[in-house]
Design a protein. Structure first.
Length: 323
């Protein structure tokens, strides 16, 4: 029977899970239940991306309040796409199962959602459990295009809550690493109203099993290849956009290219690898980096990486600075 009195949830929380410790999953769920949202304003979707063991029997007290779907292991992007297919809420919040929301900070974001009805609310994260004290202030609204043009966009999709209606056909590309880098700028370009707050609303748990800590050669090569694919795709997309959107997205492309070259230097410390990747970028019209004053770091790096002497300097200096 259809329940015509059913209320559309305010937020769909999409949790992606793959063999994380169940205690972390419990903590993740508890952080959502700790919010002031009543049951009919909260939708929790747990996507199990082919874990060895189903976690439901070990979250017995919480399982009646969630929608659980188990699929074969197809990667984070596909799991998130599955969650988007199921979601019915007006807004979407992604959460990784090993992380939690910081309830006091996230309540501030919910207040912005309730009273401003924005397309996107961006917030800060903390690597300290419980977060840090921050003033409950916010800026906005600005368009997503203006936000990208004037800010260094943080790609992690768990770093903002967004209105589901602005997605249209946008989804994550399956099978690539750091698919957020491709998804996030396209989402922001669809946003007409973006609010940002310095409140810490998300606890990001740092641990050795995360993708970014995989130092194997095969994983490293895939990260480099996927980064190049994403940069080329966004650059091609930028050329099809009106001037304001093209200018904003071109800034993001330049920053991603800089980050890509920086990671090659730091992870390989190889002049041959750096020259090889630069040659590939040059063929795509992505190198040299545009001479723009985006940030002080960008200005210095783009100037040094432009010449072989500068690249030798970066190869010698950057790994030592990191230590």
């Amino acid at each position: 029977m259809n329940d015509n009195t059913a209320k559309t949830p305010l937020v769909s929380f999409i949790i992606t899970y793959h063999d994380e410790p169940v205690q972390w999953l419990r903590e993740c769920l508890h952080s959502i239940f700790a919010l002031s949202l009543p049951d009919d304003e909260r939708e929790i979707i747990l996507i199990d991306d082919g874990s060895e063991l189903c976690p439901l029997d070990r979250i017995y007290e919480q399982r009646d309040a969630i929608t659980y779907l188990r699929q074969r292991n197809m990667g984070l992007g596909v799991a998130r796409n599955t969650g988007l297919t199921i979601a019915t809420g007006r807004y979407i919040q992604f959460i990784d199962a090993d992380d939690t929301l910081i309830p006091t900070g996230y309540e501030h974001c919910l207040d912005i959602v309730r009273f401003k009805q924005p397309d996107v609310v961006t917030f800060q994260f903390s690597t300290t459990e419980g977060g840090v004290d921050t003033p409950y202030l916010f800026d906005g609204p600005v368009s997503g295009t203006e936000y990208i043009h004037n800010n260094n966009l943080r790609a992690a999709v768990w770093g903002y809550v967004f209105r589901r209606g602005i997605l249209n056909s946008l989804r994550f590309t399956p099978g690539i690493v750091h698919e957020d880098e491709e998804f996030t700028p396209q989402l922001f370009l669809r946003a007409e109203s973006v609010y940002s707050t310095d409140t810490s609303a998300y606890y990001y748990r740092q641990h050795a099993n995360s993708i970014v800590h995989n130092t194997g050669r095969r994983a490293m090569v895939k990260r480099f290849a996927d980064a190049e694919t994403i940069i080329c795709h966004l650059n091609h997309l930028a050329q099809t956009l009106p001037v304001a959107e093209r200018t904003a997205l071109s800034r993001r492309v330049a920053q991603l290219t800089m980050d890509h070259l920086y990671n090659i230097i730091m992870q390989t410390q190889s002049a041959h690898q750096l020259e090889t990747r630069i040659a590939r970028l040059e063929k795509q019209g992505l190198f040299p980096l545009p001479e723009k004053g985006y940030t002080a770091k960008y200005r210095l790096f783009s100037k040094l990486v432009r010449t072989k002497t500068g690249r030798r300097t970066l190869l010698a200096l950057l790994p030592r600075l990191k230590k």
